[in-house]
Write a protein that binds this ligand. Structure first.
Ligand code: GDP
Ligand code: MG
Length: 441
């Protein structure tokens, strides 16, 4: 992936004392290749590398950070700029109903995203929302939205067989006005490929509905195709923003990076899964961080702060800043994992934690396992907890017996601790959480 690739490039740079022009150019060549491999459009990759190289070579090497960190920062800032402004919001300041229209290819996630946004607006912002499907091409498309409406407790426009998109849009507007809805969401039809008939239909609907937002929904996994689609749509339909779906998948860098450049419109949201609350505002800094393989430190910190006591958080931050991580820390982490819904969510966010996850892959990571791990740590003496290196064979047998587990299990726990401690040291080398946060801006 792009993340791994760039991670590799900068790991090597980080080990260097000083950066020469040749170093920068070598690194940037790899950045360019990585971008292309991640399906970033060629002109976009080229422009990116040019700008970043110019900035990197012209700069003095700062004393306070390593040259590698400096280049990472430059590339990071450039990525953020390219990805667009911070967390764009929906602009619904219109005489109600404010119309939000979703357009895009078939299967890109329009219908799902319509329901996600509706649910979000209803829940968080307490809006009265009506959804209407204008998809008369795909059999059962309108029923799909009706089902999602039931699931999200959002009203949907009653289906009238045989009605065409423009007429459905008119009826939806009428109905939303009459029933006092704040927002009308229009889920439109897609095609397998962009064609003029689809564009004409979108334009006709937009003319009638005068939307506050016209959001292009694109599948981030389709890479270069997504970029071509975005180009075609933005030429013909007055888009106000982009939503990238399947950002929970692998190819999250490429499409995001090109999209902004090609459409000139902000990416407003990211679809993070099939569930109806799996949608997030698009955070350029976080995505840039992910692309660079630094781990999603900002969301990690936010998530941790939300679920642990402030004191614990401060203590943890202090220890992480020192690169320390003993069994007490591991135990605190395990407790958090239980609260946050498993290791999976956490593991992707800290560089190096993926390994820890792999180390545990032999057993299913569930509530019970986390509790057994907690039991093992409880059976250790305070000295052993503070200094896990003390754990010799004899002590291990004692702890296994005491906790009703086995030495093998304990060894897995020790290995996991080791991996996490290493990851923390790595983070410290990169300036600790604070340094990484500063890097993220
Ligand atoms: P439409 O044809 O554009 O209306 O696409 P749909 O909304 O019907 O979505 C097609 C498929 O993609 C469905 O199975 C959705 O559950 C899935 N999907 C939509 N958004 C996401 C996302 O952000 N992540 C994942 N993993 N799946 C998604
Ligand atoms: Mg649909």
């Amino acid at each position: 992936s792009l993340s791994d690739r760039l991670g590799g490039v900068f790991d090597r740079l980080r080990g260097r004392g000083a950066l020469t022009e040749a170093d920068v150019r070598t690194a940037m060549r790899e950045v360019r290749v990585a971008l292309l491999e991640a399906d970033v459009a060629l002109p976009v990759a080229r422009a990116f590398v040019e700008r970043a190289t110019e900035k990197a070579i012209g700069q003095d090497v700062l004393r306070s950070v390593t040259p590698g960190q400096q280049v990472v920062k430059i590339v990071h800032d450039e990525l953020v700029e390219m990805l667009g402004p911070d967390t764009a919001e929906l602009d619904l300041n219109k005489t109600p109903p404010a119309v939000v229209m979703l357009v895009g290819l078939q299967g890109s996630g329009k219908t799902t995203t319509t329901a996600k946004l509706a649910k979000m607006l209803r829940g968080k912002e307490n809006k009265k929302v009506l959804m209407a499907s204008l998809d008369v091409n795909r059999p059962a498309a309108q029923e799909q939205l009706a089902t999602l409406g039931t699931q999200t407790e959002v009203a949907t426009l009653p289906i009238v067989e045989g009605q065409q998109p423009v007429d459905i849009a008119k009826r939806a507007l009428q109905s939303a006005k009459l029933q006092g809805h704040d927002v009308l969401m229009l889920d439109t039809a897609g095609r397998l490929h962009v064609d003029q008939a689809l564009m004409d239909e979108m334009k006709a609907v937009a003319d009638v509905a005068n939307p506050a937002e016209i959001l292009l929904v694109v599948d981030s996994l389709t890479g270069q195709d997504a970029v071509n689609v975005a180009e075609r749509f933005s030429e013909q339909v007055p888009l106000t923003g982009v939503i990238l779906t399947r950002m929970d998948g692998d190819a999250r860098g490429g499409a995001a990076l090109s999209m902004r450049e090609v459409t000139g419109k902000p990416i407003k949201f990211a679809g993070m899964g099939e569930k109806l609350d799996a949608i997030e505002p698009f955070h350029p800094k976080r995505v840039a961080g992910r692309i660079l393989g630094m781990g999603d430190v900002v969301s990690l910190v936010e998530k941790a702060a939300a679920s642990i006591e402030q004191e614990d958080a401060e203590r943890m931050a202090e220890r992480l800043a020192k690169g320390k991580f003993d069994m007490n820390d591991l135990r605190a982490q395990l407790a958090q994992m239980r609260k946050m819904g498993g290791l999976g969510a956490l593991a992707g966010m800290i560089p190096g934690l993926k390994k820890a996850q792999a180390a545990m892959a032999s057993g299913a990571v569930d509530e019970k396992l986390l509790l057994r791990m907690d039991a093992m740590i409880s059976s250790m003496t305070p000295e052993e907890r503070a200094k896990p290196a003390l754990m010799n064979a004899k002590r291990k047998r004692r702890v296994a017996n005491g906790s009703g587990t086995t030495v093998q299990e304990l060894n897995r726990l020790m290995k996991m601790h080791q991996e996490m401690a290493t990851a923390m040291k790595k983070m410290k080398k990169m300036g600790g959480i604070k340094g990484m946060m500063a890097m993220l801006g």
